[in-house]
Design a protein around this ligand. Structure first.
Ligand SMILES: *[C@@H]1O[C@H](CO)[C@@H](O)[C@H](O)[C@H]1NC(C)=O
Ligand SMILES: *[C@@H]1O[C@H](CO)[C@@H](O)[C@H](O)[C@H]1NC(C)=O
Ligand SMILES: *[C@@H]1O[C@H](CO)[C@@H](O)[C@H](O)[C@H]1NC(C)=O
Ligand SMILES: *[C@@H]1O[C@H](CO)[C@@H](O)[C@H](O)[C@H]1NC(C)=O
Length: 797
């Protein structure tokens, strides 16, 4: 009945009165008032006087008071009016807690007469509290193995309100795994339970958080929330699984012990202890494998030496086990990589280290190469230095021959160091080297070579015998006896040259010696060939020309040709007294068999009967008067001249000249007739003869005209001149050279012509040219006899 509450306070009040009246009438024992909790103080609960059926003021007269019986003094009575007011705001949850209904008992006591009225104040609940969870967070651990439908109780939310204002319903935030059911306890309080809809998987979602909401039944409803944190508890539901089912690794065969080969890794999705895996080898084949695996880290390491040549690869199975007994397997294929750890080997099977230089392609060495490595590491390449005249030839697999490329030349290189390099193609490349020394043996293929093609040697005449003239020398680029040279003289081309009596040669060192004293005047030069021969087999030789030039010594004194000195009847020169100063008395002619400076003659007047009357020209031997002659001058004069050559030391000859001063010439001496009358002496050469004749006639004409001229002059000057006689040697002195006639000097051209006519034109001039170019072995006697005039003309020129 008390639940029928009006909507507004006024209505409510009216309704209350009605109810209270009814209550009071039906149950006379107690007056019950009901008000909602949290009503403001001063609220008029009821008019007590009216409810008790008393008059207005009677309450005051009778001293009415309220006895609360230990309850909270909530009410205040206005005794005059009988109105009962609310003294303070009541809170049901404080006054009654969970007691329902919440009734506060008190008594109205009246005196005179004493009267008690039992009164009750009932507080009705309003929804003034929200549900509240004891914790802001709830933690829930649920194993992942929990089956769907499993329920998990949750703490209920508190709501001090009661009845429908208390918690009515629980909800949970939307999620895949849970829903919540609201259950009632025996006392009617609601509590939530979490129901698993779908199995949990820790590996997928290890934890989740739900928002649990509690709703009360008030209008409007109030709510409270809390977080439900769910941890999914792992179970060993996963086997270890390798990341790769097949590991392929390569390892160098020379890897050190304990080298890391590979690291395998298995995953167990389980957490905690179930997620821990242990690795081990699964040794199914009998081979003891040189590897160990670390149980915890899965590192496979090398524990023994590898040899590619023995085991090129390994196949291992590895298991990973978790403590729950689940396991997984993987395969590790380990390939041993060949390492180029063996250098090639070279084996010489035959070697001929001495090769004759003229041998054609010759095998020097035969060798084989080997390398225990495999693949590229075992493939080899052979080479020698590029610049050598040798070739490597591959005969068959890994067998090689070293041959010469062709003939060798010991003279350019006598020894070869051939380095054979064998390199394999591995990484890194390994090389073996072997050096072969090849000696090239000598063959006599080089003739001795003279240092010069011709030698010119000079020797002064009158040398002492066995004088060393010079040395010839030849070299031979061969070796040993092939280079041992002996020297020899070759027979001269000129059969008249008795070479063996002139020179000798030292056959070992090529020194040339003169065997006897040489005479320049007899032999001016000679040439011969020398030969150098080696001792090879067959011997080779070469020749050179040796020219020996004899140098002149001043070993001949001048020889006076005119005037003859040994004649019994000495020649007398006639000089007319009328001769002018400078009159050519005569010309002294002398020769010297030496040559050059040694034959360069000069004339000097040494002594005279009357000094100062005659002079001699130093260079041409012309004797002339120096002044006019006078009657007082003695008719006979003797002059002593000396002819000196220019040698060192000079040699000289003296000439005695007799001069006769005459008063005049009756007949000049004409030597021309002699020349004309004696043509046989000139030889058979007709041309020369004609030339001489022509010259003689020209000379005669010239002489005649000169004489005529002189004669005319003499006729003018003097009286009849007397003619002297000069004895001229018969036929020995060619008178056409010396002018004995009047006036004097012969012209140069005239002298040359005489010279050319007197000889065949060879001789001194040419000999003075470089001797080497025009070497002639001349007959010295013939030359001296035939060309005194040339010599003279050279002297005078
Ligand atoms: C509780 O709340 C849910 C969702 O709001 C609703 O479906 C359900 O009927 C309510 N239960 C009660 C007993 O009111
Ligand atoms: C080396 O070769 C040369 C020429 O081919 C030969 O004369 C000689 O006997 C060989 N020597 C050896 C030791 O084989
Ligand atoms: C060859 O080698 C030897 C020894 O090393 C050395 O004495 C010689 O001079 C070398 N010959 C040449 C031509 O290099
Ligand atoms: C004079 O000398 C020349 C040359 O030497 C000679 O031919 C001649 O016979 C000599 N005369 C006398 C008389 O001795």
């Amino acid at each position: 009945m008390e639940m029928t509450l009006a909507k507004t306070p006024e209505n409510r009040q009216v309704l209350f009165f009605t109810i209270l009246l009814l209550l009071w009438k039906s149950c006379a024992d107690a007056i019950i008032y009901s008000i909602p909790e949290e009503t403001e103080s001063g609220y008029l609960v009821a008019n007590l006087a009216k409810d008790l059926g008393l008059r207005v003021g009677e309450l005051a007269i009778r001293g009415a008071r309220i006895h609360y019986k230990g309850n909270k003094e909530l009410l205040q009575l206005d005794a005059e009016t009988g109105n009962l007011f609310l003294k303070e705001k009541p809170d049901r949850e404080v006054l009654c807690r969970a007691t329902e209904p919440c009734v506060l008992h008190f008594q109205i006591i009246l005196e005179n007469p004493v009267q008690f009225f039992q009164t009750e104040l009932q507080l009705t609940d309003i929804n003034d509290h929200s549900p509240e969870f004891p914790d802001r967070k709830m933690l829930l651990k649920i194993p992942e193995s929990a089956q769907p439908g499993t329920t998990f109780p949750l703490k209920a939310a508190q709501d001090p309100d009661i009845g429908s204002n208390a918690v009515q319903n629980y909800t949970v935030s939307p999620n895949l795994h849970f829903h919540v059911v609201t259950l009632s306890r025996s006392d009617g309080r609601k509590y939530p339970e979490l129901v698993l809809d779908r199995a949990l998987d820790r590996e997928e979602q290890p934890e989740l958080t739900l928002i649990l909401t509690a709703l009360d039944g008030g209008a409007p409803p109030r709510s409270g929330t809390t977080e439900v944190h769910i941890e999914v508890v792992d179970i060993n539901d996963n086997a270890p699984q390798f990341i790769q089912s097949l590991y392929e690794v390569q390892i160098l065969e020379n890897s050190p012990l304990d080298a890391l080969v590979a690291t395998v890794s298995a995953r167990d999705l389980d957490a905690g202890i179930y997620g821990k895996v242990a690795y081990s080898l699964f040794q199914d084949d009998g081979i003891s494998q040189p590897f160990v695996i670390d149980e915890i880290t899965g590192e496979i390491r090398l524990k023994g030496a590898l040899d590619f040549e023995a085991t090129p690869y390994y196949n291992m199975e590895i298991v990973a086990t978790d403590p729950g007994g689940f396991s997984g397997k993987c395969t590790v294929v380990i390939q041993v990589v060949d390492v180029n750890d063996n250098a090639p080997k070279l084996t010489i099977s035959s070697l001929n280290s001495s090769i004759p230089e003229n041998a054609p392609e010759t095998v020097v060495a035969v060798f084989s190469v080997s390398d225990p490595d495999s693949g590229e590491n075992g493939r080899m390449v052979c080479s020698i230095q590029n610049e050598l005249p040798f070739l490597l030839k591959s005969t068959f697999e890994n067998y090689y021959t070293l041959v010469t490329e062709g003939t060798l030349d010991r003279e350019s290189k006598a020894e070869y160091n051939i380095t054979i390099s064998v390199t394999d193609l591995g990484t890194p490349r390994l090389t073996t080297q072997h050096t072969i020394t090849v000696q090239v043996s000598d063959i006599n293929d080089n003739a001795p070579t003279f240092t010069r093609t011709s030698y010119t040697m000079f020797i002064r005449e009158n040398n002492s015998p066995a004088l060393h003239i010079g040395t010839i020398s030849a070299t031979d680029s061969d070796a040993g006896s092939n280079a041992h040279i002996t020297y020899s003289l070759l027979p001269p081309h000129d059969p008249q040259l008795t070479l063996t009596s002139l020179v000798s040669i030292n056959e070992d060192n090529g020194q040339l010696f003169a065997l006897r004293a040489l005479d320049y005047e007899a032999l001016r030069a000679f040439e011969f060939h020398v030969r150098a021969t080696d001792r090879g087999s067959p011997a080779l030789s070469s020749q050179a020309l040796v020219l020996v030039v004899v140098l002149d010594d001043n070993d001949n004194e001048p020889f006076v040709l005119y005037p003859l000195q040994n004649s019994s009847a000495p020649c007398k020169e006639l000089v007319p007294r009328a001769a002018e100063a400078g009159y050519l008395v005569t010309k002294v002619v002398a020769v010297d068999r030496d040559s050059g400076q040694n034959a360069w003659l000069s004339f000097q007047l040494l002594k005279a009967t009357e000094p100062g009357l005659f002079s001699v020209w130093a260079h041409n031997g012309e004797v002339r008067t120096t002044r006019l002659l006078s009657e007082r001058d003695a008719p006979k004069h003797r002059l002593l001249l000396v002819v000196k050559d220019n040698g060192d030391p000079p040699r000289s000859a003296s000439v005695t000249l007799h001069v006769l001063l005459v008063d005049g010439f009756s007949q000049p001496y004409l030597p021309l007739s002699e020349v004309v009358q004696d043509p046989a002496q000139e030889g058979d050469d007709a041309l020369t003869l004609y030339l001489v004749i022509a010259l003689a006639s020209v000379s005669s004409l010239f002489l005649i005209s000169v004489l005529l001229f002189v004669g005319m002059k003499l006729c003018k000057r003097a009286r009849s001149p007397s003619l002297g006689v000069c004895s001229v040697p018969e036929g020995h002195f060619p008178g056409h050279l010396v002018d004995v006639s009047g006036t004097g000097t012969l012209s140069q051209s005239y002298q040359y012509e005489v010279c050319l006519s007197g000889d065949s034109g060879t001789g001194e001039f040419k000999f003075l040219k470089p001797m080497i170019s025009n070497l002639m072995v001349q007959d010295p006697e013939r030359e001296v006899k035939e060309s005194p005039h040339c010599r003279d003309s050279f002297v005078f020129s």
